[in-house]
Design a protein around this ligand. Sequence first.
Ligand code: HEM
Length: 192
Amino acid sequence: MPAFITNNSTRYGWAAIVLHWLIGILFIGQFMLGFIMVRLTSQRTAFELIQLHKSFGFLLLGLLILRIAWRLGNTAPALPASVGGLERRTAPLAHLALYGFQLAVPLSGWALVSVSMLEIPSMPFNLFVMPNLPLGVSDAAENFWALAHWYLAYAGIALVALHALAALRHHFWLRDSVLTRMITPSSDQDME
Ligand code: HEM
């Protein structure tokens, strides 16, 4: 595989970079779409947007599974020397939490539509029918998963904001390579 696709000991490769930004944009977009669609007065537009929200949610879940597989098979570059002791210990935990929320938010959304009394099928981008999760349909379960989806989405977006602020701090304050190495990929010239 060409060197610019995979990570090396100091830089991320194209695959990790593309998946990072694609998933980041989708997650933020999904949050905004979710926030807007539940506040609309037109039932028809709300229905269309919820279907779209479900489609992008499933796409995000698929990309995330791909990303986790890639991450497990492709070691991330070591943190630059400028990263201090405390951040060196907390950053991996924050990244693990980011993966956790990015999985839990779409999964809770999927659980929500699976237990909904409305029983509206999910058809990602009108391509196929996504089966529901094997959970019992009830009003109580629907309320539970709606609340879980809400809390997870808001906590997840707060963590994404913190993550973005940390990256900006590295770029503008500490002036190290933490942000730029997630923008420019590794190349054949990089020292391994
Ligand atoms: C990472 C992906 C996702 C994010 C960030 C996200 C975020 C949100 C947000 C912010 C809301 C509005 C909550 C509110 O303000 O009341 C929402 C609502 C909703 N989401 Fe998601 N969501 C995601 C994935 C999914 C998936 C995969 C599904 C279903 C397959 C789904 C189904 C729903 C439904 C049905 C609602 C409306 C809930 C209600 O009527 O109270 N979401 N989502």
